[in-house]
Design a binder for this molecule. Structure first.
Ligand SMILES: [Zn+2]
Length: 382
């Protein structure tokens, strides 16, 4: 079976000086129109208690330079702002935030009959033409939109959203339960423990060292009564910190992509605990960051969908650690403090590794839930 999906490809761009200037203008105009339209919406709301429907076109007369950039970039700002603002207005979400220069500099444009296109070594964008690029993967399919961004360390990327076809992966007749590890990243019901990659820890060290040097340089500049913007040493170090930080983000994403893909490829039903609640992971287990876990579960979810597999999320209140996977005997909280890694079941005497036992319970529970849902018939579970 094949499936049509939307897939994002991140491509490194190497703009020349003129193109960098164009990008800077586009980021600036997108940020300006977001902030301006948001400010006007807020003011209008204060005066009338009603929602203002403003458009970028209304501002082009007063701010003529808005015409210099891709009008679709501004249209996308309008759309994003409208949806963020209506969440505030109708659903009581927080007010959208004003954007600051240098933080998430980006703009999005759309492909209109080939205005966004790729060659072997370039990406073509509206109003600016071909920009040198390096592609990590082969891109097949219809490009829908392009988001151009600049990282704090000064690298340019375009994220191309492409309509593409994926083939479902063959069924393996194997199922797996995943527990969030205490010292490992995850522990599986087949007793595999997947550690956090060592290179991540090394990069983490490198980051804290670089950050320490940066704060020292900030102090020196302060002592000399120099503005941080004019302190070359500080700025140099700041770029270095940003570079290490980006490296960590990319390496972590890469690790999570490979791990989630392999789990989906090798198993039909994948059962995890539903810990996707802010702060929940941090409180429960300390070795993992919230964001890694939630990114990981998001990846598992869409990959399961793409490749015809089943992801089951177990209720977070299910006592996966305290239940003996062999005989279902339930320990009390006092009987299993966090420090206990191995325990002997008082009922059936089985020796349990805390995390492996939990992941086996998660698998059992997952299979029960999967059986109850319709998708199970399709995956052929007995
Ligand atoms: Zn037992």
């Amino acid at each position: 079976m094949t499936k049509q999906i939307l897939k994002a490809y991140k491509v490194r761009l190497y703009p020349n000086e003129d193109q960098q200037i164009f990008f800077a203008k586009s980021f600036g105009c997108s940020r300006f129109i977001w902030n301006k339209m948001l400010a006007d919406k807020i003011e209008y709301y204060r005066e009338t208690k009603m929602s203002l429907n403003n458009t970028p076109a209304q501002y082009k007369k007063e701010f003529e330079w808005l015409k210099e950039v891709d009008s679709l970039a501004l249209a996308n700002v309008q759309q994003n702002l409208r949806s963020a603002y209506s969440k505030f207005f109708k659903q009581g979400a927080r007010l959208p935030k004003f954007k600051k220069k240098g933080i998430k500099d980006s703009y999005t444009t759309n492909n209109q009959k080939g205005t966004v296109a790729i060659t072997d070594s370039t990406v073509k964008l509206p109003k600016i033409g071909h920009i040198n690029a390096k592609f990590p993967d082969k891109i097949n399919g219809l490009i829908k939109s392009a988001t151009i961004s600049r990282t704090p360390s000064g690298k340019y990327y375009v994220s191309l959203l492409v309509e593409t076809i994926v083939n479902e992966l063959p069924k393996t007749q194997s199922n797996i339960g995943i527990d969030l590890g205490l010292t490992d990243f995850i522990v599986l019901s087949d007793s595999t423990k997947v550690a956090n990659p060592k290179f991540l820890a090394k990069l983490q060290d490198k980051l804290s060292k670089a950050q320490k040097i940066m704060s020292k340089r900030a102090l020196i500049a302060k002592k000399d009564n120099r503005n941080l913007r004019d302190s070359k040493n500080y700025q140099k170090q700041k770029t270095k910190v940003a570079k290490v930080y980006e490296k960590i983000t990319n390496a972590r994403k890469d690790f999570l992509h490979k791990l989630s893909f392999n789990l989906i490829k090798n198993h039909d039903v994948i059962a995890i605990e539903d810990l996707n609640v802010k702060g929940m992971v941090k409180n429960r287990k300390l070795a993992n960051s919230d964001s890694s876990w939630s990114t990981f579960t998001i990846m598992l979810a869409y990959k399961a969908d793409w490749y015809g597999k089943t992801l089951v999320k177990i209720d977070r209140w299910y006592p996966s650690s305290k239940t003996c996977s062999h005989c279902n005997h339930l320990l009390t909280k006092a009987e299993l403090p966090l420090s206990v890694r191995m325990w002997d079941c008082p009922s059936c005497l089985q020796q349990n590794d805390r995390d492996i036992n939990a992941s086996i319970n998660i698998l059992h529970q997952g299979l029960i839930l999967a059986k109850q849902s319709k998708t199970v018939g399709a995956t052929g579970l007995a």
